[in-house]
Write a protein that binds this ligand. Sequence first.
Ligand code: BEZ
Ligand code: FE
Length: 289
Amino acid sequence: MRDVTKDNITDTFLGYFGEQTDPRLREIMESLARHLHDFARETQLTHAEWNKGLDILRQAGNITTPERDEFVLLSDVLGLSSLVDMINSSDDGTNSSVLGPFHVSNPPVRDMGADLRADNEGELILVRGRILDSDGNPISGATIDIWQTAANGLYSSQDPEQDIYNFHALFTTGADGEYQFTTVRPVSYTVPTDGPVGELLESTGRHPWRPSHLHYIVKADGYRDLVTEVFPDDDPYLDQDTVFGVRDDLVMTYVKQPASNFPESGCELSGKVDKDYYLVDFDVVLSKA
Ligand code: BEZ
Ligand code: FE
């Protein structure tokens, strides 16, 4: 095509594809080109604005390391990560939510009922529930990978003062599908703001906060892996999570309990709790693979 115009450039682009192009790749590239070209036409994008957009990507590349992925964070704050999660979420299981960048591989295997607090500060919470199939049957042998922030709002991989496995644990369910552990109430925290994403948030008048949450990855043979989070219903950022991770079925009430209600057995802290604690009941439903 010699006579490329504003109006025919999209079709021209599509016409350059080779015969052998994978059909799914063709579908994605076609849609991407249509939306991208329409975006530029609709906004009458200037050179300076186009270059600013590229600059965000350049800076994201410069700050990204194996431990810190600014491109994922950009996708998160644009709502793209959550949208992809929702498009691919099952209809008959617990909703998924963002993975985030702070999961660590090979978390320590802990006994059911373990206390994750070590010498961390914070309010004691007992988290418990069942891993179920979509008919309500318990799933035995499911693994539950848990992680959360410390009281300073940092994950262990962000904070040289913390042991890398601080607040990371892996549990496996027995025949009853039940799980329980104690930990401290996680705190609300900000996503990293020292890169181009922080600048983007600031220039669009957005805050960088996420409501407090516990992260879960639940896996069981024959079922779809579930990456999700559980949030307390009284968190001030619940209705404005900067990465759009909150779903109705992931919001739980943290119910205050007297020490006398703490389970007499089954927990590392059984018989040792002498103050009020909070109970978080969160059942997880996995959908079939
Ligand atoms: C997180 O929940 O750990 C997280 C998710 C998205 C961006 C940054 C952090
Ligand atoms: Fe998180």
